[in-house]
Design a protein around this ligand. Sequence first.
Ligand code: FES
Length: 272
Amino acid sequence: DTPPPTQPPRGGVRAPARAAITAPHLRTDRWWLAPAVTAAGLFAFVVYSTWRAFANAHYYAAPYVSPFYSPCLAENCRTMHMGPNADLFGSWWAISPAIIILIFPLGFRLTCYYYRKAYYRSFWASPPACAVAEPHGKYTGETRFPLILQNIHRYFFYAALLVAGVLTYDTVLAFRDQHYRWGHMGLGTVVFLVNIVLIWAYTISCHSCRHIVGGKLKHFSKHPVRYRAWQYVGRLNARHMQLAWASLVSVALADFYVYLVASGAFDDPRFF
Ligand code: FES
């Protein structure tokens, strides 16, 4: 007697209404390469940023403050004469000041439409690529807790605007020298300038921003200014993935630059 065929799971892509294809996928290209590279890149950033956020050291080298630690709200920052920072938390706060504010840029990126696609594919394999079946038996999308919380992305966008504003202020302060005199420029100033341009480009190219600028309008002809702004944001939005990666790398490099100078491993070359 031949044993009865084992029944495949009945959910997800094995549900009765789906095509009865037994092979996991029919793709012959290297479809796994993109999610693997994405996973490696994101993992590297998570490891680096975790180390730096908890290090609680080498985040200020006059006139530069690390973007991971800005605005710096704990007592130990105030004593370092950092420009836009305030002692909101006092001396009882002994934990790294980065922990207080990183939730905002981190939440913005975690709930970003592009990063969602990236980590759903690369970490959760849900699905790992187009036309490749996901291993999970059930798919509920973002309709339930916790993924339904992804909808708060718009509010993280507002917070990200504030953070970008503070980082812009930090970049202006980078035009001082070590003694806080204006009109100077070092390699760090250039690093900060490149970083803030990429941070703003990534923030403005956000899908929520595009909707805030041009959404819910019946007639663009009656709102020419918003229409122009929507076109501009739309052009940036088409590059959102590239900007997401470029700004991720630039913010890590800006932090690493401050780390090198603050730890004495490197002297900030001054151009004038
Ligand atoms: Fe990516 Fe808003 S969609 S930052």
